[in-house]
Write a protein that binds this ligand. Structure first.
Ligand SMILES: Cc1cc2nc3c(=O)[nH]c(=O)nc-3n(C[C@H](O)[C@H](O)[C@H](O)COP(=O)(O)OP(=O)(O)OC[C@H]3O[C@@H](n4cnc5c(N)ncnc54)[C@H](O)[C@@H]3O)c2cc1C
Length: 580
């Protein structure tokens, strides 16, 4: 596997041109995000990730996490690398200052995750999940809960998990059965006895952090059926005393680890709560309002999963570029010189390399544009907050789809060496495959876009975005046409299509909208370069943005037929005939 070289200049460009960091820094809230600080963070975390986390990517894949005598073990080096991450304060970038964080924009927290995840996607899930737990406690916890749990989660001394999934409750979270019974007396009076099994829990157990704060969805006695009867609980691995010190172990344990296609260094645990009827948890937020609380943390978590598409795209692209320069095969077609050349000289390899770069940079532009909108929402800009919500399923779904496409092209560029494990190209492809599945499958994201998000602000949240794109695309006919296509489909979906028709077209529609926003944001990068930003990228960005705007955008318009095709054909065969 080639080493990781942080794409610092492209990240800084996206942070400026797409997130608009300079405007954010004009607010009192984000005043610390001044240019020197931004550069120091992006360069610093890039170097740290490349130096300490990237070298563990291969061993993490080969050896993976193991459950030995009830304890999850990671390969040598992970514990130290996590410790250094905590000591250097990277975990605390986006968290509130009151709890020891740096209070910087989400945009910069995204960059920390981007670098760590490009270096080592499986390892990066540890801080990613902790951020989700932190957000749930910050927004829904009582003051006492925030004081008790947040400082150690902010520093990274403790980590966090999200526990929704049970065997019968995957996309249908409302089907979960874990229970929480109030404790009437004794030292835990006022808390709840938690019982049940959760599956697929990412970093559900490990020894890298001193404590693990599990956020667990469960039902209280007599709770309504479905999603309206779910409550959220904090269940620490070790009890936390009032003074913040750790008490005895809680009745929660990892039962087994899943054997997976990729992200082998991320322990995916089956977790058992209350085997001895002694698992104690605290209610967080109101009873039966657990799903809403969980969604607070899932919103940004979805953006963070979209970020993983960018990460894997970057790493696979770097690896492929390196290989294409070295591998020599055949003379250039049509050349009088019959000397074999490096494969980077062949037109089809060029096509793949440029496509990998263009898709990755487009997804990065979309990622930071989304993050900037979230940050404006934090500052009280409601329309930006709404736009952030509309963009979230796009970056999650399309970002992770391109992660797979790019990693697959990376394997292709390696030829047979891509299919054998030696080069590491195959690992990127295997690792990439999970991202469209977890945190709400990409099908569920697309459904979110054509139902809840399509109707936001009476449809204007999405239409306003498409109008902004069309306005700036006057000189870009393909982009202008795509924005128009998306607006036309959105109108049809809102005014004429049945729910089935909308859902049937949801995935192609999501791709079309995502490509339109990414193309638009690449144009913003080109404009920023014209105004003097990122001079070192001036030449390459012209070409990758052109490739995106002329080819990827044009292809996306071709998805129109699928978006408007309706559901009749999908149900032309009944389920028995289809599956016969
Ligand atoms: C490695 C890994 C890590 C994970 N980490 C966590 C974690 O930390 N915490 C946690 O709680 N969970 C975690 N999960 C669970 C993950 O979020 C679920 O796997 C995911 O939500 C999908 O649920 P499912 O596997 O039951 O698939 P299903 O819900 O059975 O879906 C199967 C297919 O049917 C489609 N489908 C289902 N319902 C609908 C519908 N209504 N409309 C259209 N299509 C539908 C899906 O899109 C999918 O293509 C993890 C999973 C894995 C594999």
């Amino acid at each position: 596997m080639t080493p990781y070289t942080p794409p610092t200049q492209d990240q800084l460009l996206a942070i400026r041109a797409n997130a608009g960091i300079e405007e954010l820094a004009q607010s009192e809230h984000f005043a610390a995000a001044e240019p020197d600080m931004v550069e120091a963070i992006v360069e610093g975390v890039g170097q740290f990730a490349a130096g300490e986390w990237a070298p563990l990517n291969r061993v993490g894949d080969l050896e993976g996490a193991k459950l030995e005598n009830g304890v999850v073990r990671l390969p040598d080096g992970f514990a130290e690398a996590y410790q250094h991450y905590v000591e250097q304060g990277w975990n605390a970038i986006g968290s509130p200052e009151k709890f020891g964080g740096q209070g910087l924009p989400f945009t910069l927290a995204c960059n920390v995750l981007e670098n760590l995840g490009t270096a080592n996607m499986a390892f990066n899930l540890l801080p990613m999940l902790s951020v989700g737990a932190l957000e749930a406690i910050e927004h829904h916890g009582s003051e006492a809960q925030r004081d008790k749990y947040m400082p150690s989660l902010v520093s990274g001394e403790w980590s966090g998990t999200m526990n929704l999934t049970e065997p019968q409750a995957g996309s249908d979270v409302g089907a979960l059965r874990a229970t929480a019974v109030p404790i009437e007396d004794g030292e835990h009076a006022g808390k709840y006895r938690i019982q049940g099994q959760k599956i697929y829990i990412t970093w559900g157990d490990h020894e890298l952090a001193k404590n693990i704060v599990h956020l667990v969805l469960a039902r209280t006695p007599g709770a309504p059926e479905g999603t309206r009867g779910i409550s959220l609980f904090i269940v620490p691995k070790y009890h936390v005393k009032d003074d913040g010190s750790l008490g005895p172990r809680n009745d929660v344990r990892p039962v087994s680890l899943e054997h997976k296609l990729g992200i082998h260094a991320s322990p995916t645990c089956v977790m058992s709560y209350g085997d001895n009827d002694e698992c104690v948890g605290e209610l967080i937020g109101a009873e039966n309002r657990g799903l809403a609380a969980m969604f607070t943390m899932m919103n940004n978590a979805r953006i963070n999963v979209g970020n993983q598409g960018v990460q894997i795209g970057e790493r696979a692209t770097q690896q492929a570029l390196h290989y294409a320069k070295d591998r020599v095969q055949s003379a250039r077609a049509g050349s009088p010189d019959k000397t074999p050349v490096a494969i980077v000289e062949h037109p089809d390899v060029r096509r793949m390399l440029l496509r990998m770069k263009a898709l990755t940079e487009g997804a990065r532009a979309l990622l930071y544009y989304t993050a900037g909108q979230v940050d404006r929402g934090t500052l009280g800009d409601d329309s930006a907050a709404m736009r952030g919500e509309v963009l979230t399923p796009m970056i999650k779904a399309w970002g992770t789809d391109i992660g797979i496409e790019v990693a697959s092209m990376g394997v292709q560029i390696h030829g047979g060496m891509g299919f054998v494990e030696e080069t590491g190209a195959a690992q990127h492809y295997r690792d990439a495959r999970i991202a469209p599945i977890y945190e709400g499958t990409n099908g569920i994201q697309a459904a979110d876009l054509v139902t809840r998000k399509l109707g936001m602000d009476d449809g204007q949240a999405l239409i306003g975005l498409l109008e902004d794109i069309a306005r700036d695309a006057a000189d870009e006919p393909a982009l202008f046409a795509l924005a128009g296509d998306c607006a036309g489909i959105a109108k049809w979906m809102r005014e004429e299509a049945s729910l089935d028709d909308r859902l049937a077209g949801s995935v192609p529609f999501t791709t079309m909208c995502s490509v339109a926003v990414a193309g638009w944001q690449l144009l913003k990068q080109v404009d920023a370069i014209k105004e003097g930003a990122a001079p070192s990228l001036a030449e390459t960005k012209q070409v990758t943005a052109r490739f995106f705007l002329d080819r990827v955008v044009a292809e996306a318009s071709g998805l129109r037929a699928g978006a408007l095709g309706g559901s009749d054909l999908l149900y032309a065969l009944d389920a028995d005939k289809l599956t016969a």
